[in-house]
Design a protein around this ligand. Sequence first.
Ligand SMILES: CC(C)(COP(=O)(O)OP(=O)(O)OC[C@H]1O[C@@H](n2cnc3c(N)ncnc32)[C@H](O)[C@@H]1OP(=O)(O)O)[C@@H](O)C(=O)NCCC(=O)NCCS
Length: 165
Amino acid sequence: MTVPQPPVRDKRLVSLLWATMEHAESIAQCHATLFPEAWSVDSFRQLLAHPGSVALVARHGLAQETVGFIIGQLAADEAEILTFGVDKDWQRLGIGRRLIEGLERAAVRSEAKKLFLEVAEDNLPALVLYSRKGFKEVGRRKGYYQRPPGPPVDALNLVLPLGPA
Ligand SMILES: CC(C)(COP(=O)(O)OP(=O)(O)OC[C@H]1O[C@@H](n2cnc3c(N)ncnc32)[C@H](O)[C@@H]1OP(=O)(O)O)[C@@H](O)C(=O)NCCC(=O)NCCS
């Protein structure tokens, strides 16, 4: 009897690709494991179809599996990260950083001058990553994330200036 083996957790087997409509379903599945509120496959299709959309998936080549995603939006000379995550089994391997840097390069090519995002104040892994990438806090929405039965949590608005160093 052959026992199915889990995919090898080897980051060299993970490639970044431009996300297309075909990835909407696997992005929705990955997203649902990471965030308390799942988004529908259709909402991902709509995000990906938007004219200013820029999105990447991290794909495990052997397993044909989406292990991470980032979806951003370009408008005029600004870019924004709308959603971003890495499958729990694939975190701390540098995939999140690669996804952000991929989006950053795409934004720079489109002549965006700033990259914005919003993050919960208690999301330590994301905050450490963003701070190490050079994002700075520029605003705060008090009690934006409802966390019943706990108290609401502030959303922080962060920005990364883009362009030649
Ligand atoms: C935030 C997230 C995308 C990071 O993805 P990742 O692939 O694990 O990140 P990386 O491996 O590229 O980490 C890069 C750096 O970020 C920091 N970091 C990442 N996870 C961390 C953690 N759990 N604790 C402390 N620092 C962390 C470290 O500095 C890390 O570098 P190091 O591993 O060399 O120390 C991932 O934790 C995730 O999907 N979280 C749930 C969804 C989410 O919160 N998305 C962001 C919403 S704003």
